[in-house]
Write a protein that binds this ligand. Structure first.
Ligand SMILES: Nc1ncnc2c1ncn2[C@@H]1O[C@H](COP(=O)(O)OP(=O)(O)OP(=O)(O)O)[C@@H](O)[C@H]1O
Ligand SMILES: [Mg+2]
Length: 160
């Protein structure tokens, strides 16, 4: 069983692609589970987001993995931070102007949009992921979710 992560700044299209992959693979939408199972420490009122509880989240993810038989994807902008041995970490990147348009459509405050945009400009998540393990970086700008999923599958096939 291979364990893959999909990470990247919010809005880069992880969930969209993960949904396509879920036709063939077991996919864990980690953000959804963190909220649903209250795997967070608290809600950060200033930054308007949940601060996930690494220990609780890891415990849940490990139990979920045990129940899986085939290759899996764990999708979230914090997936690469978990203390798991990933076979590969997919990092989604996006042109900041395109990302800005997407984030603006969300009902987020200006600071939160700005903070995430800066994270993408500085490549924070890519850097963190590279330090964590083997990565495959995808520039998702101007690519359809289908094309991105196809590119990922092609790379997985080539590597196995
Ligand atoms: N490849 C794409 N091309 C154009 N628009 C896209 C693409 N992927 C996603 N989108 C759009 O961008 C927005 C963000 O996509 P999505 O929710 O999949 O991002 P995400 O990376 O999962 O974000 P988050 O980390 O906040 O969950 C959505 O409105 C979605 O429809
Ligand atoms: Mg998402």
């Amino acid at each position: 069983m291979k364990i893959y992560a999909i990470t990247g700044t919010p809005g880069t299209g992880k969930s969209k692609v993960a949904k396509l992959l879920s036709k063939k693979f077991a996919v864990l939408n980690l953000n959804k589970e963190i909220k649903r199972r209250k795997l967070y420490k608290k809600y950060d009122n200033k930054r308007k987001c949940f601060i996930f509880d690494e220990k609780k989240t890891l415990k849940f993810v490990k139990e979920w993995i045990k129940k899986q038989k085939n290759d899996i994807f764990i999708e979230s902008h914090v997936s690469h931070l978990l203390n798991l041995k990933y076979d590969l970490i997919f990092v989604f990147r996006c042109n900041p102007e395109v990302l800005y348009k997407r984030l603006k459509r969300r009902k987020w405050n200006k600071e939160k949009v700005q903070e995430n945009l800066e994270a993408e400009i500085f490549g924070i998540i890519e850097e963190e992921a590279r330090r964590k393990g083997k990565t495959y970086i995808i520039d998702t700008t101007n690519k359809s979710p289908e094309r991105i999923a196809g590119e990922m599958l092609k790379y997985i096939k080539k590597e196995s």
